[in-house]
Each structure stands twice: as structure tokens, then as C-alpha cells.
Design a protein around this ligand. Structure first.
Ligand SMILES: Nc1ncnc2c1ncn2[C@@H]1O[C@H](COP(=O)(O)OP(=O)(O)OP(=O)(O)O)[C@@H](O)[C@H]1O
Ligand SMILES: [Mg+2]
Length: 314
């Protein structure tokens, strides 16, 4: 049933007119995407790719030029679509004279929670984000990591089923990031769908099960992290490889090079690397190492974004 998806978009598009330089920007350009419920999903892309605009479109903050979307099965133009949705905006600012408890109470009231429900929910949330001791301290005394965690609590006040986080760990140190990741993991275990915008690839690789890479408003790659990064092959290094054997192996390999007196080859399949081993041994070479290699998300990202850039100059 198509209503099962947490997010479903069809040809979602937003074109901005540029007043100062004329022309237009296709910030989001015909995006068709489906995110299943309970998935941790990362939208990756370079600065200006359209990630924030995409999320703002879904949340009704920016109006679409074309296309449609459904959030948790409800048409995104209907206010009810946002009832079970939480949002942590990019570079959010919280008034510094507020306390954590005060802010969460206000956010809860805005979400239509009655005072009793807010009183029960707030300590629970402060516990989740590790700010229990700080409930009554003014935000002017909070570190950036604490403010980010409080922003997360604010987005969670009404126990949403779908959570949008725009650059949640921006400006947060490694310890703070680790804390945020742990919170997200806990939410995932509770079945919350988490949609993260980020340009921190390692971050997304560690947390998200699925990713899409966006560039110039379009999705240029998408899939499960393990599928996008898997299956790159094997790196073989060997010593004392005669030149004739080296040439033969070069023909078989994806790449071949001499490095620090060792011959180094990259092969795609297990069959190829085994043939290479036979060849090296038969020609009197010495095997140094065989290492299975997989791409990092960063490599996949650089490849796809670069390919797009190349397409454009053509
Ligand atoms: N209100 C607006 N008016 C005009 N152009 C806009 C507006 N909002 C965004 N844009 C343009 O749309 C494009 C996409 O911007 P967006 O902020 O969505 O990118 P992003 O992927 O979130 O980037 P970042 O990683 O820097 O946050 C950019 O070219 C931006 O200049
Ligand atoms: Mg952004």
C-alpha cells in the first residue's frame, strides 16, 4: 500500500526567481523519492544542492512550483500532514533568556499538548537528550552541542512519527556528535522515521541506512548505504613481479601501479584476484597482501557529484 511510506514525492519542484541577477534557480528539480516508515534516511549534497528547500517544501514553509508529496500518507498541502512531524531547522536560534523547560513547555503548547501532558513529557525528553540537570538554566549558558540537543528535544516534544533534521550536528564537536547519534539511534529503535540533511558524509554513513545524493536540485544517486558503498573489489600488492607479468596483470586489473618497490593492483572480482595470485606465483613473484576494498560514501559522493559537474560543462 503506497500510504505506508513516511515520505513520498512525485516530481517535486521549486524554481526561485533571482531578482538581483535575473534568471532562475531550480533549487529542487523534479524530485521523486520514497522513504519507508522506520528508515533512517540521509539526504546528502554539496552547499546549495537544494536539501533545505526540499525539506521546507515538504513542511509547507516554501510553496512548490510543481509536483506532489505525501507525509505519512497525507497530502502535504493539508495541515494534518504535519501533525506527527518534528523539525529541527538548519542554524536555528533559540532566545537566550529562555530555559530548557520553558522552551519545551512553549513548544508543547504550540503543538496543542495540554499542561498535564507537557509536565510529564518534558522531564522525559530532557533525560533523553542529557539535559536533565539543566532544565532551569538560561540558554545563554549552553554550549553549541547542548543547544543542538535541546533543538532536537523541541522537535520531539509531541512524539512525532517522522523527524526532519537539517544539519543536526553542524558546529558540534565529536563528543556532542556521538551523543546526538546515540539519541537518533534510540529514536530509530522506537520506530521513528528520521530524515537527515547533511554534508557530513561520514556522519550519514555511520547513522543512515539509506541515502540519496542531491546536486543542483536533482537526485543523482540513491539506495542503501551498504549497496552504494559495497562491492568495489580487492587490492593486491606483490613484490618481485617481472615486467611481462606486470603487463599481463595490468590488462586484468582496474588499476595497476608501482609503489615503494611493490606492484599494486585493484581487481573487481574474486575470480580476477585469484587468477592474479596464480600468475604472480607462477612468475616467481611474492605475494605481499590482498585487501578487500569498499568505497566510502565520500568516494561515491565525489564520483556522482563530479560526474554531474562534467555533464554540465559538456
Ligand atoms: N528564498 C530563496 N530565494 C532565492 N533562492 C533561494 C532561496 N532559498 C534557496 N535558494 C537557492 O536555492 C538553492 C538551494 O538552496 P538550499 O538552501 O536548499 O541548499 P542546501 O542544499 O540546503 O545547501 P547548504 O548545504 O548550504 O545548506 C541555492 O542556489 C539557493 O541560493
Ligand atoms: Mg541547507
Amino acid at each position: 500500500m503506497s500510504d505506508d511510506a513516511a515520505i513520498e514525492t512525485h516530481g517535486l519542484t521549486r524554481i526561485f526567481r533571482r531578482r538581483w541577477r535575473g534568471g532562475e534557480v531550480r533549487a529542487v528539480d523534479g524530485v521523486t523519492l520514497r522513504v519507508e516508515r522506520g528508515t533512517s534516511f540521509g539526504l546528502l549534497g554539496p552547499n546549495g544542492a537544494g536539501k533545505t528547500t526540499f525539506v521546507k517544501l515538504l513542511l509547507g514553509i516554501v510553496t512548490p512550483t510543481a509536483g506532489s508529496a505525501r507525509l505519512l500518507g497525507v497530502d502535504f498541502r493539508r495541515p494534518e500532514a504535519r501533525q506527527a512531524v518534528g523539525y529541527l531547522p538548519e542554524n536555528h536560534r533559540l532566545p537566550s533568556y529562555w530555559t530548557a523547560a520553558g522552551l519545551l513547555d512553549f513548544a508543547g503548547a504550540l503543538s496543542g499538548m495540554d499542561p498535564g501532558a507537557r509536565r510529564r513529557r518534558i522531564p522525559e525528553l530532557l533525560e533523553l537528550v542529557g539535559l536533565r540537570e539543566w532544565a532551569d538554566v538560561r540558554l545563554s549558558r549552553y554550549s553549541k552541542g547542548m543547544l543542538q540537543r535541546l533543538g532536537l528535544a523541541q522537535a520531539l516534544i509531541h512524539s512525532p512519527a517522522l523527524l526532519f533534521l537539517d544539519e543536526p550536528t553542524d558546529g558540534v564537536d565529536p563528543v556532542g556528535r556521538q551523543q546526538i547519534r546515540a539519541i537518533l539511534r534510540e529514536l530509530e529503535e522506537r520506530g521513528v522515521t528520521v530524515f537527515v540533511n547533511s554534508h557530513l558524509l561520514g556522519e550519514v554513513e555511520m547513522f543512515c541506512r539509506e541515502v540519496a545524493i542531491m546536486d543542483h536540485g536533482r537526485i543523482v544517486a540513491s539506495g542503501k548505504v551498504k549497496d552504494l558503498t559495497a562491492g568495489k573489489g580487492y587490492r593486491l600488492t606483490a613484490a618481485r613481479v617481472p615486467e611481462a607479468a606486470f603487463e599481463e596483470l595490468r590488462a586484468l586489473a582496474v588499476t595497476a601501479a608501482y609503489r615503494d618497490g611493490l606492484a599494486e593492483f585493484q581487481f573487481r572480482t574474486r575470480e580476477e584476484v585469484n587468477r592474479a595470485v596464480d600468475l604472480v606465483r607462477a612468475q616467481g613473484g611474492w605475494l605481499e597482501s590482498i585487501i578487500p576494498t569498499s568505497s566510502t560514501l565520500e568516494e561515491v559522493f565525489m564520483r556522482t557529484v563530479r560526474a554531474e559537474a562534467g555533464e554540465e560543462t559538456r
